[in-house]
Ligand binder design. Structure first.
Ligand code: ADP
Ligand code: MG
Length: 318
């Protein structure tokens, strides 16, 4: 199968056609018409086989996840998803793989309102690069740099599931059949918090999506905002599947340092605290307060009010 046939069959004739796409796949460039008074938010992520995903990942999950991780970046800025390009590098043309991959990709694309408007197809070790474009009212994007002393720190969803899911897939841990499916699904099919991000635009002072693990990602907010933080480890939200599958210490290790949760961490001033409940009610995601921004530039962890010294799983790089 020739490159152009492949593009035609699996990518061009698929998915959502947004009205603001003037010219899509087929020319040298795509043309889009941004909405008035909006800034374009752009981000790209590459997933390389054996580096970012195991060869055993089902292609449909890979297609879904490739877009989901990009959408998570838009979510953390409060941007509305719009267009994407796909650079696909594959060792050979495997039509059943392509069918499943594109199915997963377009599932996410349709759900979140994204049109595929172009890309590139090359031969080589399997890797997927997506550039996502979103729109955000000019001046309203959530950044890492706005956290203020006294702001409350929140996270969405539950943390640590994806990292445990990956450990199960790697054969490092085994858990009951009851929890295995849930944990692996959280690793394969993360839910980008797109609506939550948009709802937080006028309320949060800063936000970031958790891709590398809470302890590591929050440092970006501390650095960009020039503040410190206290996190109450007892408040970290964890799923029953995580808590019932490993020891309490290990569960905390996964939740604090495990990557790929794609939940949002955000900061909210006291004056807006009451408003978040209403704002996030339609976003379909739980969220919980886990700490507070403080002066300085350090992250402090406490457990039941006492300083918490992480000495267990996952803290090697600490
Ligand atoms: P060029 O030689 O100008 O780079 P290509 O032959 O690579 O053009 O691509 C032809 C058209 O197909 C372009 O519009 C490009 O954006 C699109 N395209 C190529 N690969 C993909 C892909 N994997 N997914 C979506 N669109 C693609
Ligand atoms: Mg090309």
């Amino acid at each position: 199968m020739k490159e152009f046939q492949l593009i035609e069959k699996y990518f061009r004739e698929q998915g959502l056609k947004r009205k603001d796409v003037e010219l899509s796949i087929g020319d040298d460039c795509a043309l889009v018409q941004p909405a008035e008074n909006k800034s374009i938010a752009i981000s790209c992520d590459t997933l390389v086989e054996n580096v970012h995903f195991l060869p055993s990942i089902p292609p449909r999950a890979l297609g879904y996840k490739s877009l989901a991780v990009n959408l998570s970046d838009l979510a953390s800025m409060g941007a509305e998803p719009a267009w994407m390009t796909l650079a696909l590098t594959m060792p050979s043309v495997d039509e059943s793989w392509l069918a499943s991959f594109s199915q997963g990709l377009f599932e996410a694309a349709e759900y979140y309102g994204v049109s595929l408007i172009g890309g590139d197809t090359t031969r080589g070790p399997l890797s997927i690069n997506i550039t996502i474009h979103g729109q955000v009212p000019t001046g309203k994007a959530l950044k890492r740099s706005g956290a203020q002393n006294g702001d409350w720190i929140y996270v969405t969803g539950t943390l640590g599931d994806s990292a445990l899911g990956l450990d199960i897939l790697r054969g490092n841990v085994s858990v009951s059949a009851e929890h295995e499916g849930y944990l692996i699904n959280r690793h394969y099919n993360p839910t980008p918090r797109v609506l939550a991000g948009q709802a937080l635009r006028t309320l949060a002072t800063s936000a970031i999506d958790l891709s590398d693990g809470l302890v590591s990602d929050i440092q970006h907010i501390l650095k960009a905002s020039d503040v410190g933080a206290n996190i109450e480890v007892d408040a970290i939200p964890m799923s029953p599947s995580l808590l019932e599958s490993v020891s309490p210490q290990e569960a905390l290790g996964y939740a604090l340092t495990g990557g790929e949760d794609y939940e949002l961490l955000f900061t909210v001033p006291e004056s807006q605290r009451g408003a978040i409940d209403t704002a996030l009610i339609h976003a379909g995601v739980k969220f919980v307060k886990i700490g507070q921004i403080c002066p300085g530039n350090k992250l402090k962890l406490t457990l039941k009010g006492e300083p918490f010294e992480p000495t267990f799983y996952g803290f090697e790089h600490f």
